[in-house]
Structures are given as C-alpha cells and as structure tokens.
Design a protein around this ligand. Structure first.
Ligand SMILES: C[S@@+](CC[C@H](N)C(=O)[O-])C[C@H]1O[C@@H](n2cnc3c(N)ncnc32)[C@H](O)[C@@H]1O
Length: 258
C-alpha cells in the first residue's frame, strides 16, 4: 500500500523543472494589475509559490495544500511565507484576493461547476483566477492506466478510480464569462524530453496520475501492476536514438479576471 509519507513531495520534485514551466507560462498571462494579495492553492512543495512570488515582488503571498508532506516541504523551502493545510473543497476564506493561482491541482478537486464560480467570488474587482490543469486523459499514459486497471486481479479494487477533469475550453469559458470581465483560455502541448526511456515516464506518472491507483494496491499487487504499465508505456512511447523519450503533455490554461 502506498503511504502518504514524504515520498510524494520527493517524487514530485523529480521533474520539477518540467512541472514548473507551465506555471511560468500561466503567470505571464495574468493581467499586469496591482497585485497585493495572492494565494497559491494546491501549492505542492512550493515550486509554484516560488514562481508566483518571483513574478510579484512585494505582494503578500500565501499557500495552501491538503497534504501535510507538501505543506512541510513548502514551509521549509519558503519560510518567509504562510502555508496552511487546507482542502480546497472546503476552503472558506472570503478573500478578497488579487490573484488566486491553482497550478496543476484542480483536476484533483471535484464539482468544477460549483468550485470555479466560488473561487471567483473570492476575487477583488480586477483580480484574477489563474488555473492550469493537465488535459491528457486521452493520452496513451492515461488510456493505458484505465485499460490495465480493469484487466487484472486488481480490477475490483481499482473500479471507479478516475480523475475529475473532463471539461474542455468552451465549457470553462461559458461557465466563467458571465461572472468575469475577461476570460482567457488556451491549450499547450509540451514535449518533455525524459532521459531514461519508459522507466522515466513511469517515474513521472508515479508523482501524479498513478497515485490514486497505487494507493488502492497492496505490496504484492503494486510491482505487477507497475511492470505491466511499464511494458505498455515502452510500446506507446518508443525512445529516440539517444534513449530519450519525448513525452507529449497537453495542458489547459484559464485566466479569469473579475
Ligand atoms: C500536482 S501538485 C501541484 C503542485 C504545485 N502547484 C505545482 O505547480 O507544481 C498537486 C497538489 O495539489 C494538492 N491537492 C490535491 N487535492 C487538493 C485539495 N482538494 N485541496 C488542496 N490541495 C490539494 C496535492 O497535495 C498536491 O500538492
């Protein structure tokens, strides 16, 4: 059984440069207004908070995350900022915030039809909600996970393990436009060069998509599940001549300004 020990924070930062690039692209698209109060929700180990603070010198920056490991890692990394252990689904701070950053987190949080408007109500006039979510459920890495999950002795345990995000650009635009002065939505496909072939791809997803699946398996089942996934990944993502795998990674971006 995969525990919630600090392996998660350690696993996540293995590919930190690749995972931090989208937050920089996201922040670059936030309107250059006078941002005094900013919060990073689902701050992880503080990498997105660090990018946020670098973009907004002088702003009051804080972060929150539902994982104790992540909050501890963020506090260690950025001791000058306030980090709290909070679940976004029940986050009741009223704001107002000039900027709410949610980078690579809301795909884990259900009920976007309610959640996104409730985040907008926490914004000051002219404030922005800046969101980036992986949009990769149709990529081989996710499709294979779903296929393997229903085709093995683990199938009963893994029934129903699924991530939330299933909406496209038009859905978010239509939801937010009536509430905001400006809604900017775009999609980017990154191609991350991973040295180490299929093993590196598996390591990447151990820090994200594999987590809810592995969390359901016991110590005997996990290696068999991972081996099967690795073999399929090797077929779906053949290495280049130098052993590098170029991992295509589509991401959806939303900047909604009140
Ligand atoms: C993929 S990491 C993103 C970390 C960081 N924002 C970044 O840009 O790299 C997702 C983070 O969201 C956190 N998370 C997941 N569900 C959450 C929830 N309901 N409330 C708060 N944090 C949550 C996880 O603990 C994890 O730290």
């Amino acid at each position: 059984m995969t525990s919630t020990t600090d392996w998660y924070a350690k696993q996540y930062v293995l590919f930190e440069n690749e995972r931090t690039r989208p937050v920089k692209d996201l922040l670059a698209a936030v309107p250059a207004t006078d941002v005094r109060v900013a919060v990073d929700i689902g701050c992880g180990p503080g990498n997105s908070t660090e990018a946020l603070a670098a973009r907004l010198p002088g702003a009051a920056v804080s972060g929150l995350d539902s994982s104790a490991d992540m909050v501890a890692a963020a506090r260690k990394r950025l001791p000058q900022f306030q980090f709290d252990m909070v679940d976004i689904s029940t986050w009741d701070a009223p704001g107002p915030y000039d900027l709410i950053l949610a980078n690579a987190v809301l795909q884990w949080v259900p009920d976007h039809e309610r959640l996104f408007p409730s985040l907008v109500t926490k914004l000051a006039a002219g404030g922005s909600l800046a969101v980036q979510m992986p949009d990769n459920l149709d990529e081989p890495a996710h499709r294979l996970l779903r296929e393997i999950a229903v085709d093995g002795p683990w199938a009963p345990k893994l029934a129903g393990v699924e991530r939330t995000m299933r909406h496209g650009a038009a859905w978010y635009y239509s939801l937010l436009k009536p509430l905001c002065a400006r809604v900017d939505v775009w999609r980017t496909v990154y191609h991350h060069p991973l040295t180490g072939g299929a093993d590196a791809v598996v390591e990447w997803f151990k820090g994200s998509a594999l987590r809810p699946f592995l969390a359901q398996l016991d110590d005997a089942e996990e290696p068999a599940f991972l081996q099967r996934y690795r073999d399929e990944i090797a077929r779906a993502y053949p290495a280049l001549e130098d052993g590098t795998v170029l991992l295509p990674f589509p991401r959806l971006f939303v900047v909604a300004t009140r």
